[in-house]
Design a protein around this ligand. Structure first.
Ligand SMILES: Cc1ncc(COP(=O)(O)O)c(C=O)c1O
Length: 395
């Protein structure tokens, strides 16, 4: 058997594979699994969106390969531009400044392939959503970690990047509201990031997957709201979270036309765009009634409140986030001698509770675990009850 490519061997271990094995083993032993590991939305796609997909799926002309010159893609781009204007008051040229994607993960991975050479560096917060660094590594580039922690309020210190590193830096990734830390950033930080990118001639990639999933009156800004950001920035969005369309695979990138052109070119060699009925359904999602989004956010808010309170009641204090459907929790004191992966393994083995180890998102995630609030309130309370049993053993 031939060896896999060297660049694939450079990738960090995918911890979710190990977690899947642990889950299987626990299930085989008869344990009921409560899975708060992956950020995989559990609620259905709103009905009006599904109906649109079904209607369009019956049309033969929608079964052919999709091309960017097709009128439906033009309409999708226009809908995205209108959504942007309404949501962020940012004006976009639908032709040049909007690019539909087969899920934002696809686009984020390919942007590194479009730009990174082997001697070039990308600045990536540590911890981060894994495709931010894995995309760079697959493309053959180098990653320079930007530590992200409580001390810097989860906003990496850009002034601390060494000049030597900056000389070779081509791209920088940021993402707020943040996965996995659930942190949000200030508008002042966004301004700083844009001027830093401009000064150092760096492509600024902002991943805004959780723009809608925000609470307590917080509004997640677009990086493109910063005057002049379009000169250096592209921003990624997804319909996976706001409209529960994770399995449908649809997202989009917006921003600098030249950067998007290079991304589109790269994709042109790899894919044939989106299934047309999905494009129609996405237009429906973006231009249709938004009550479904508000309902979804209200549901996550209730889950957040229930789980933060339930964890506090068992003696595990976890901050209440303003955005995302994650909780970023320090490994409890009772088990602070364990690595985050060891603690996660223990929870799965002993009580069938799955959370993500912080190190699944980079070394900087050590000492933390991430809860994804993708089970209902009753199950969350049950999870807290079972976690208490594990904590009590070491008290
Ligand atoms: C920060 C972030 N970006 C991107 C994605 C991927 O989204 P998509 O389903 O559009 O590929 C996720 C999914 O969890 C995410 O958390």
């Amino acid at each position: 058997m031939q060896e896999e490519a060297k660049r694939m061997k450079k990738l960090p271990l995918y911890l979710f594979t190990i977690i899947d094995d642990l889950k299987r083993e626990a299930r085989d032993r008869g344990l009921d699994i409560i899975d708060l590991g992956m950020g995989n939305p559990d609620q259905p796609t709103p009905e009006h969106i599904i109906k649109e997909l079904c209607k369009r799926a019956w049309k033969t002309e929608n079964h052919r390969y999709s091309r960017s010159i097709d009128s439906i893609e033009g309409k999708l781009r226009e809908s995205i531009a209108k959504w942007y204007k309404k949501k962020f008051n940012v004006r976009l040229d639908p032709e040049a400044e909007v690019l539909p994607l087969i899920g934002s993960k696809e686009g984020i991975a390919h942007i590194s392939l479009a730009f990174m050479n082997s001697d070039e560096i990308a600045l990536v917060p540590d911890p981060s959503y894994p495709v931010h660094f894995n995309g760079v590594l697959i493309a053959g580039g180098k990653v320079h970690d930007l530590p992200m922690n409580e001390e810097n309020n989860f906003m990496p210190d850009l002034d601390a990047v060494p000049k030597k590193v900056l000389k070779k830096t081509k791209m920088m990734f940021l993402s707020y509201p943040n996965n996995p830390t659930a942190a949000v950033a200030t508008k002042a930080y966004f301004k700083k990031a844009v001027s830093f990118a401009k000064k150092n001639k760096i492509i600024l990639v902002h991943d805004l997957a959780y723009s809608d999933t925000v609470y307590d009156g917080y509004r997640a800004p677009s990086m493109l709201e910063v005057p002049g950001a379009k000169e250096v920035c592209v921003e990624f969005h997804t319909l996976s979270k706001s409209y529960n369309m994770a399995g449908w695979r649809i997202g989009f990138a917006v921003g600098n036309a030249r950067i998007l052109k290079a991304l589109a070119k790269t994709k042109g060699y790899m894919d044939f765009g989106l299934f047309k009925p999905i494009q129609y359904a996405a237009i429906k999602a973006l231009t249709g009634p938004q009550g479904c989004v508000r309902k979804q956010v209200a549901l996550y808010k209730r889950r957040r409140d229930v789980m933060v309170r339930a964890l506090a009641d068992i003696g595990w204090d976890v901050p209440k986030p303003k955005g995302t459907f994650y909780l970023w929790a320090k490994v409890p004191q009772e088990y602070s001698s364990l690595t985050s992966m060891e603690f996660v393994s223990l929870l799965i083995r002993e009580v069938g509770i799955v959370v993500a180890p912080g190190t699944g998102f980079g070394e900087g995630g050590e000492g933390y675990v991430r809860f994804a609030l993708v089970e209902d309130e009753k199950r969350l309370l049950e999870a807290a009850r079972r976690i208490k049993k594990v904590l009590d053993k070491n008290r």
